[in-house]
Design a protein around this ligand. Sequence first.
Ligand SMILES: Nc1nc2c(ncn2[C@@H]2O[C@H](COP(=O)(O)O[C@H]3[C@@H](O)[C@H](n4cnc5c(=O)[nH]c(N)nc54)O[C@@H]3COP(=O)(O)O)[C@@H](O)[C@H]2O)c(=O)[nH]1
Length: 777
Amino acid sequence: MAKNTSRNPRYAALNAGGNAETRRLIDASNRLAEEVARIFPSEPDIADRHYWLETIINHVPDYIYAKDVEGRFLIANQVTVADNGLEAMKDIVGKTDFDLHPPQMAKAIADIERRVIETGEPIFGIEERAIVSKGRDRWLMTSKVPLRNKSGKIVGIVGVSRDISDRKAAERLLEGQARLLEMIANGRPLDAFFRDMILLIEALMPGIKGSVLLLSPDGRYLFHGAAPSLDEAYCATIHGVEIGPRMGSCGTAAWRGEQVIVSDIQVDPLWDDYRELVLPYGFRSCWSTPIHSRERKVLGTFALYSDVVGVPDDGQKELIAMAAHLAGIAIERKQAEDRISFMAHHDALTGLPNRAQFEEQVAEALEALRGSGQWAVLAFLDLDNFKLVNDTLGHAAGDELLKVTASRMRASVRKSDMVVRVGGDEFILLLNGLPCERDIVLARLEDIRRAIAAPMQIEGRSLQVTCSMGVACFPNQGKTVGELLANADMAMYRAKELGRNNLQVFTEEMAAKAHEKLKQQEELRQALARQEFFLQFQPQMNLATGRVFAAEALLRWRHPERGTVSPAAFIPLAEETGLIVPIGDWVLRAACRQARAWQDEGLPPLIISVNVSARQFRERNWAAHVAAILTETGLDPFRLELELTESLIMQDVPGAIATMHELQAIGVHLAIDDFGTGYSSLSALKRFPVRRLKIDRSFVADIPTDLDDNAITAAIISLARNLGLRVIAEGVENQAQVEFLRQSGCDEIQGYFFSRPLSAPDFEALMLQPRFSIHSV
Ligand SMILES: Nc1nc2c(ncn2[C@@H]2O[C@H](COP(=O)(O)O[C@H]3[C@@H](O)[C@H](n4cnc5c(=O)[nH]c(N)nc54)O[C@@H]3COP(=O)(O)O)[C@@H](O)[C@H]2O)c(=O)[nH]1
């Protein structure tokens, strides 16, 4: 006993190192030794000593025992005896571990003890497995020291073991949780995740079998998720079980949204309808826990089955709650992944597949059709005047209209056909496997158009939308998705040209036209680089003074083959392709530079007027760009007037007013071109920071003979005067027009009557002539 005190150098050394468990064991031994030394300071009677010692070690909760060199128990404390399923010490004395444990486990214990005996070296704090009371598999932390007789000979070992199973289980649980969370984070498939989760729980709860069932999207049925240890036939039987108030443990738990603990399936009424079904598998208890989402929506159930009657203890309840929680996270993550994947392949508003998915599927469909002698029809579809609905009834109404249209299209085609939304109000249809008869194809498409055009109720209003369709048929009008899309697009363009609400099938003529357009686009693109553009200048005259106060810069294209091309022939194409932005930039820069040159040459003060296209005007920071060009060319801002068409302003009135104010702030003047053609509201006009209105030449052309035009022209002049704006008439070609305009109070004129657009040198010569008087003409 004295050997085991803290004064023993070997134990003292061990006290300093080792792990916490070992230290605790040693401390306990030391305390025991000290206590004995304190109680028995003098040599007590040997029998008493033996009795006391036995009493003491029987109060220690750890296993304490001694064995001889053959591994036979010599002595063991009460807990060792009891946990090995025996009653008294005499029952264990003489037994070996081979009598108490499975052979492999017993051998592992015997090997360690043999080493201690052979080397004489103690072993501290080793972890070993042992089967203790009623076959419970436990983890022990054990220290073993050689047992010596009085002459120092090793006659066996003394062992002290502590049950560390709870700590080991907690460690295992933590490791398992970490592994499961890692699986969730790595997006492992749900079934693999559930499988590992159930196996972890089963390892921690021996004798229990787990299962996960998933609730169907309509919230009515439970479907198999995972159950690695349950019989497949049983899983198949409960697959698709309906949830309800008395539907076994799982069906009821999902129905109630709360845990259902059935301790005895044989008697619990919740199992009345399922008792027979479960009987062959021998389950007696089933504890089912709903798997919830973060919003407490039931996603499925996590159930544990056991062959014995019973309820979970607190530790098991904690494990179940943890598993159900992790399962919820995993399901929600999977649902989020599915949603993201759906969104990547579908249009969020209508739920239709998107273009990326469409092209893939069309390619497959065409491949399947190839050589079959059947047709596929690809149609581009564009809703007419959708923008009007959006602008007048608002975006919510526009969205609703798109959804209704999408579902009508879906309902008008077969399952094997496809409908996709490619953006805005544009859709593509693929009708699959049609007979090669144009009339049948057209009849099907007209049916779809009719379905779309049926009246619909949107926000309490009855609306009707027509559509334009461009069609290309496989294989004659395109052999690949790309060809079909391009040709259907051309046909659609033609349908729109023809005034909407119609259907056009692709023809070779359309292709030729498109080809020509492409060629023109390319030429236009190169025209800038090759410096084929130049400007002409048309004077603008003050009617009262006869003085030329401004020049309108007009763009021309010196085409290498076609000669001088009017802007009317290429500006629309430039607008469509966006080339108008660099071209417009060139015009503005060239016009400002010319105006500055005339100023430097001493020409009378002049305003240079430049046309602006809608596309240019919408460019980000356009006003700042204009300011930069003015700085670059050295022209004073007040010498520049920008002509904005009425239709340009009306496309986005608030945006246009904001840009107009920015331009006004840098000192540039503004005029409204083609006034009278763009339906600008008079109230809006008041808010435009403009200096001048330009009466469109279509009104001027027939004055003074056309009484309507006379009235319109006079009204515009009067309006301008009342708003404090100057007014100029364009396209003035004769004396009678001049007279009418003068009498109506028009301030200024521009037109062939006075001068056609001139080259820069000719304009300069005109300005240098003696003062021109309109009265003398
Ligand atoms: N965005 C830009 N548009 C531009 C630019 N340069 C011109 N244009 C626009 O192209 C349209 C056609 O212009 P153009 O062929 O130059 O015709 C102008 C005049 O020549 C013509 N005009 C002038 N007087 C008369 C006349 O007495 N009779 C008659 N039949 N035509 C006449 O009018 C055109 C000027 O119109 P406007 O701009 O409305 O003042 C035309 O829409 C141009 O705006 C450019 O650089 N950028």
